[in-house]
Design a protein around this ligand. Structure first.
Ligand code: SAH
Length: 218
């Protein structure tokens, strides 16, 4: 059995701190969450590699660095309420939960939502709520959110998410066509003003839903 603790420390040092993301709360969260429990057992040995990995339902668990980059870009801090769209394995939601006060993470695939919820329970991460549903509509019952992150690339930023952003809140999500050019977009809310900037070029799975892309036929 690999020494996951040592692999985790090395991942944090090289992939996150080594690339300039050095916030104490951020690094502390990555040191704590056992990524090997968020992938299928046969992929556990690869859990700390510098790349996304396949999970159930044809989806992926994001590269650790991109999770860290988005959390840093969204300025997630202790005490905040955070919404994540695209819970997938639950890894990013677990990291968010170690930093913020409360996290709601929405996942459209029932199987993934169930597995992610089981992981939160097993790890005792009781400030993270996994909800099955269409995250393009947000989760109004928990709004407003200080930060909203999406782990899947939308057609554009859904109106519903802007509505559910707190005054002073920050949304970070990829926007662009499935398999095509995508950019991370950051929106900051100031009253009824929404300041939008484009950050890095990225590659994510599609955000599928009412205010996202239509489901692909195959
Ligand atoms: N944050 C995840 C990354 C999962 S990949 C992790 O750490 O593992 C993105 C996820 O977004 C996929 O699981 C996909 O099923 C989900 N997704 C796509 N469109 C969605 C939507 N409209 N609502 C909720 N989840 C969605």
């Amino acid at each position: 059995m690999p020494d996951f603790g040592a692999l985790r420390e090395r991942m944090v040092a090289q992939q996150i701190a080594g690339r300039g993301l050095v916030g104490a709360a951020l690094l502390g969260a990555f040191r704590e969450v056992p990524r090997e429990l968020f992938v299928a057992p046969d992929l556990a040995g690869e859990a700390y590699e510098d790349r996304p990995l396949p999970i159930e339902a044809g989806q992926t668990i994001s590269q650790p660095y991109i999770v860290a980059f988005m959390i840093d870009a969204a300025r997630v801090r202790p005490g905040q309420r955070v919404l994540e769209i695209g819970a997938g394995s639950g890894y990013a939601a677990a990291i968010l939960g170690r930093i913020a006060a409360e996290v709601v993470a929405i996942e459209r695939h029932g199987e993934l939502a169930r597995l992610a919820a089981e992981r939160m329970e097993r790890l005792g991460y009781d400030n993270v709520r996994i909800v099955e549903g269409d995250g393009t509509l947000g989760f109004a019952a928990g709004a407003p959110y200080d930060a909203i992150l999406a782990a899947a690339a939308g057609r554009d930023v859904p109106e519903a998410l802007l509505d559910q952003l707190a005054d002073g809140g920050v949304l970070v999500m990829p926007v662009g066509a499935p398999g095509g050019a995508q950019r991370l977009v950051r929106v900051r809310r100031r009253g009824e003003r929404f300041d939008r900037e484009e950050l890095e070029a990225v590659r994510f799975v599609p955000l599928i839903g009412e205010q996202g892309w239509p489901e692909q036929r195959s």
